[in-house]
Ligand binder design. Structure first.
Ligand code: MSP
Length: 660
């Protein structure tokens, strides 16, 4: 009965729906899916949870920039994220959205519990904040004013805020991290131990600068810090705190699978929160590495991302899953190139696996009318093949217990290659010429069919569609995939096989590379067009430091008449000061011919007011006036976006001149 089964609970991070997900996010979910499917195959009652982290300043900003409400914005992106997971046949049991009442109400209950316990107090936060990462930093941590996690500029924040007594839990957190079984891999564990040893300060856990979040109970001008909100998802969906029985079925969680840059939140802050809540702690946190491109980290706004949907449409779900699991060593960063990916597909899937299946099924059809014969004894390489077939599972298990997917798959592929070699060693086409050797030929056909059956079970947690296609050709599609059957070598005699399409077509690598490159170029072009389009919006400049990653395609082509509607003028900045209510904004008085205009620009992260003064600039002069944080801005100064830094675009002409 299900109740008697051992349970296993695994989670992915909940993704920010600020933009469509790329191959890096897909990597994490595919690994979690493989673990979940593997554990199910091993008889566990698995709960696999994923979802979206929908609150916070970053989402609010990106929604504003797109001219929609935050919920409209996230509804749209979340729809596409769910579609991606459905296309990839990700076997999640629950998809949580942090905007759901079931989550929000429980986060408030959690806040109240911690507050009652004396672990939350009201104070004033003065420090730095990285909006893209939604994380607080001190001056010493954010060297050069840049976020230590993502390298983007941080901003100063000074506001009334609630704090969580993280410092109180420092010793217990350290003790937890010193358990070698809690956080994996080792390098991350040492990093976290050092971080905690430097001293944990109390954590700011509310914001008042924006309202897109869960209101603090009893003081709704504050919203709960998005990481406190997000981390709680792992327990709120199980019914914490009002449904203790449901909760205890799967809690404590077995594995939180997360990327390396958010290990700190999962191995320090989340356990401390749970300590405060008097809840059992998760058993393991696994920190995986990043998939990098030749130019570094993927960035949607620069158009250098690998879109999983494009790869899936071209090569299929299993090809993408196989590549991600096989290519990268868990815990380390790895480089993505089209060539590496295509070679994997050709060599491992089309050649090794695909050929083995089609050759074998074709031979059984040719020599035995499509019915797998019974074996007639054991000789030559048979024993070795059988032994390897029935023991591969143990080696796969060993690697899976250490989350080494690449090695687990390599063990399966060693057996696939061994089986291919068996065909060469036994040369069935020669045996088939001599009727006296029919018994030997039967044994060879039977051994091949058995080996492929075992392979179909072993690959099932990783690439289940391929497994099912193979089982169809083997004539066993209607039989359940039973993990224990990897230990048997007696199931195929008398089964009718059916030749089908090749399970993976061989690819013309050069041609594919060219086509993939063309897709990437188009993507970059669209991203640049979009960046140009965004820079044309007055609010965009405020936000561009945060590089909110919007998802829609680039700006459509315009006619000369459209362009003529814009009145571009040379302006001269006479004076400039900081905006009293917004750290990122500067207010300039700009001379444009006979007129002086007040124009607000979101460039304080790139320039001081002194640097602005005296500059000649290009101004969009006929932009309708608007209020930005209480101050009127009439016009817009143009800057060139140099990877987030606003560079001056300097005209060498007197102010008032038309730019055309
Ligand atoms: N919303 C937070 C997580 C909250 S969990 C309580 C968040 N979201 S995220 O969308 O920015 O990132 C989600 C995950 O995607 C992270 O684990 C991150 O490491 C992973 N990846 C994003 N880019 C990646 C690569 N290029 N490669 C591998 N994983 C990467 O952080």
């Amino acid at each position: 009965m299900a109740e008697d089964k051992k349970t296993f609970y695994i989670t992915t991070p909940i993704y920010y729906p600020s933009a469509d997900l790329h191959i890096g996010h897909t990597y994490c979910t595919v690994m979690a899916d493989a673990i979940a499917r593997y554990k199910r195959a091993k008889g566990f009652d698995v709960r696999f949870q994923t979802g979206t982290d929908e609150h916070g300043q970053k989402i609010q900003q990106v929604a504003e920039k797109n001219g929609v409400t935050p919920i409209q914005y996230v509804d749209d992106v979340v729809g596409r994220i769910r579609k991606l997971w459905d296309t990839m046949e990700i076997s999640y049991d629950d998809f949580v959205r942090t905007t759901e009442p079931r989550h929000m109400e429980r986060v408030q209950a959690e806040f109240e519990y911690m507050e009652k316990k004396g672990d939350i107090y009201l104070g004033e936060y003065e420090g730095l904040y990285c909006t893209p990462c939604e994380s607080f930093w001190t001056e010493t941590q954010a060297v050069g004013g840049l976020c230590p996690d993502c390298g983007r500029p941080v901003e100063k924040v000074k506001e009334e805020a609630y704090f969580f007594r993280l410092s109180k839990y420092q010793d217990r957190v350290l003790e937890l991290l010193e358990d070698p079984d809690f956080l994996y891999p080792e390098a991350r564990r040492n990093e976290m131990i050092n971080f905690v040893k430097q001293g944990l300060e109390d954590l700011c856990i509310s914001r008042i600068d924006f309202d897109w979040g869960i209101p603090v109970p009893g003081n709704p001008k504050h919203v709960i810090y998005v990481w406190l909100d997000a981390l709680s998802n792992y327990a709120t969906t199980l019914g914490y705190p009002d449904k203790p029985n449901e909760l205890s079925k799967y809690w404590p969680c077995d594995i939180h699978l997360v990327g390396k840059e958010i290990v700190r939140f999962h191995s320090i802050i989340w356990p401390a929160m749970l300590m405060s809540l008097d809840m059992p702690l998760p058993k393991h946190v696994l920190g995986h590495g990043w998939i990098l491109l030749e130019g570094g980290k993927m960035s949607k706004s620069r158009g250098n991302v690998v879109d999983p949907v494009k790869l899936i449409n071209r090569y299929g779900v299993d090809a993408v899953k196989y590549f991600l699991l096989r290519e990268y060593a868990f815990g380390q960063d790895g480089l993505y190139t089209n060539e590496v990916m295509l070679n994997r597909l050709n060599y491992d899937l089309a050649n090794d696996l695909g050929n083995l299946v089609s050759r074998t099924v074709a031979m059984i059809e040719k020599y035995d009318g499509g019915v797998v014969p019974a074996p007639a004894g054991v000789e030559g390489p048979d024993a070795d093949l059988r032994e390897m077939g029935m023991s591969t599972e143990e080696r796969v298990d060993e690697y899976m217990n250490r989350f080494q997917f690449n090695n687990a798959l390599e063990e399966i592929w060693k057996f696939i290659r061994r089986t291919n070699k068996y065909i060469d060693e036994t040369s069935p086409w020669i045996l088939a010429k001599d009727p006296e050797l029919k018994g030997r030929l039967d044994t060879v056909m039977f051994n091949l069919a058995e080996s492929i059956r075992i392979i179909s079970v072993l690959i099932h947690p990783f690439i289940h569609n391929t497994s099912e296609k193979i089982r169809e050709q083997l004539g066993i599609a209607d039989q359940p995939v039973v993990w224990a059957d990897t230990k048997r070598f007696d199931m195929m005699a008398g089964v009718q096989v059916h030749k089908g399409e090749p399970i993976f077509p061989r690819l013309d690598i050069e041609k594919e590379i060219k086509e993939l490159e063309a897709i990437t170029e188009e993507q970059k072009r669209q991203a640049m067009a979009k960046a140009a389009h965004d820079a044309g919006k007055p609010v965009a400049a405020d936000k561009s430091n945060n590089e909110p990653e919007a998802s829609e395609a680039g700006k459509p082509a315009i006619t000369i008449d459209d362009f003529d509607k814009i009145d571009l003028r040379v302006g001269k900045i006479l004076s400039c000061k900081k905006h009293p209510n917004a750290d990122k904004l500067l207010i300039s008085q700009v001379q444009i011919g006979g007129e002086v205009r007040q124009i607000i620009s979101g460039v304080a992260a790139s320039h001081t007011p002194e640097e602005m003064e005296g500059q000649s600039v290009v101004v969009v002069a006929n932009l309708k006036p608007r209020k930005l944080r209480g101050e009127t801005s009439h016009g817009m100064i143009l800057f060139a976006d140099n990877e987030g830094r606003h560079e001056f675009v300097t005209p060498h002409a007197p102010d008032g001149n038309v730019v055309k």
